[in-house]
Design a protein around this ligand. Sequence first.
Ligand SMILES: [Zn+2]
Length: 153
Amino acid sequence: MYAGLKNTPCCLCGREDTHTRIEVPPRALTLMENSGPIAWRDVVGSVTLRFCADDWALVTDLAIEMDTHPLSRCNAAHVSLDLREDHEALLSATKAATDQTELEARLETRARETLETVDDPYTEERDVVEAIVVLRALADLGVRDPSEDPLEG
Ligand SMILES: [Zn+2]
């Protein structure tokens, strides 16, 4: 069983020395490379992606200049996540897979709030990039309607 990692390298190039991290919903794993063995529905909380300084600059450009995300080039084997404990999985074996929609709605709300304050001097560029990645990923996954995006229009 895939156990997950804690201290992960850059998910784009594998370099150990990372610069910035962002959080995305577990369903976004399905947009990444090598996500096959990971049961994203069993992930507890969000998934953390780390980037080295060079790749963070690239991700920032992709998000801010091109309004897109790098997930298709991210290695799912290099992300940090928590899976439900085995005993917990056994106890809830008859239950449906973990419902991810609540977490997705929470991340979406946070991302939209960030983009609504994009001109605020206290809004960090990192947060804006994370917000764009989260919203674009959820749109690609069919979880949300991109026409509701505050940056549209
Ligand atoms: Zn890198």
